[in-house]
Ligand binder design. Structure first.
Ligand code: FE
Ligand code: FE
Ligand code: ZN
Length: 275
């Protein structure tokens, strides 16, 4: 069975997100752990978290994806910026234990002129400080479009990060279809893309998929999401992604420019295309 959902606003709390997900036919979802621009997080209401845990179990949800604020930069040249990323992610991981066994996705960061090698070194340093043997959360590196000096623009860069992390059993990868298309991976040749992923990273480390169309052509390095079928990847190729034997058991999450009604329609469409 296809596990699919979309990005939801967390402003009304945990259980509200679960109910919203059910109302649009989703059995997973993604949310920001705090304001996406990275401000202070609201205190967690343990009862609200417990209510969501019950809902997830009763309705057989696939793992959820918590998304770190996208403004964090673990690869920054500025020590204060790196420290802020570290403290935020450390705090997020503690908070995630109210919803044990889920996924925490982050953008590896931008090296801002220091070079890829240095950037990767800084990301590894941060991960080695925040991961703990007891955590139940799997931390995911997101595949990036490669705009500006973004790290994670190819599978090799992600592999280099994973290789440097000591507790790498706590790590995985989230594949974003818009980002990999923009990075130059041709999803019309999905088998080749997944073979490359398997050779360089290992398919067992792929834990989630962000299912998005892209406004821009293959290799554009832009990162502008489009609704399913409204971009350059197209519905047919994205249907191939949800049905691929190596991917079909994963949680798929839409990050398309849509409202709830639009998401419900996309989820319905994709469920109808699932074999
Ligand atoms: Fe993201
Ligand atoms: Fe994404
Ligand atoms: Zn994106």
């Amino acid at each position: 069975m296809l596990h699919i959902g979309c990005h939801l606003s967390s402003s009304d709390g945990f259980e509200a997100m679960g109910k919203t997900a059910l109302s649009i036919g989703a059995d997973t979802f993604q949310f920001f752990t705090r304001n996406p621009r990275g401000s202070k997080a609201k205190a967690i209401d343990p009862q609200d978290a417990a209510a969501l845990r019950t809902l997830l179990q009763e309705h057989h949800f696939a793992p959820l994806i918590a998304h770190a604020p996208y403004t964090l930069n673990p690869a920054s040249a500025d020590v204060k910026t790196r420290q802020f990323a570290l403290q935020t992610m450390q705090d997020d991981l503690q908070r995630m234990e109210y919803l044990p066994g889920n996924l925490y996705n982050f953008h590896p960061g931008s090296h801002v002129g220091q070079g890829t090698e240095k950037g990767i070194e800084l990301i590894i340093e941060l991960l080695n400080k925040i991961l703990t043997p007891k955590q139940t959360t799997t931390v995911l590196l997101e595949t990036m479009a490669g705009k500006g000096s973004e790290i994670g623009r190819n599978f090799d860069e992600l592999k280099q990060i994973l290789d440097g992390v000591k507790l790498n059993e706590k790590m995985g990868v989230c594949l974003d279809t818009c980002h990999v298309h923009d990075a130059g991976y041709d999803l019309t040749k999905l088998d080749d893309v997944l073979t490359a992923f398997d050779k360089q990273i290992g398919l067992s480390l792929l834990k989630a998929v962000h299912l998005n169309d892209s406004l821009n052509p293959l290799g554009a390095h832009k990162d502008r999401h489009a609704v399913i079928g409204g971009g350059q990847i197209g519905t047919e190729v994205l249907a191939g992604v949800i049905n691929h034997p190596a991917l079909k058991q994963l949680p798929f999450c839409l990050e398309t420019p849509n409202d709830l009604k639009g998401y419900a329609a996309e989820i319905k469409l994709l469920r109808s295309l699932a074999r």
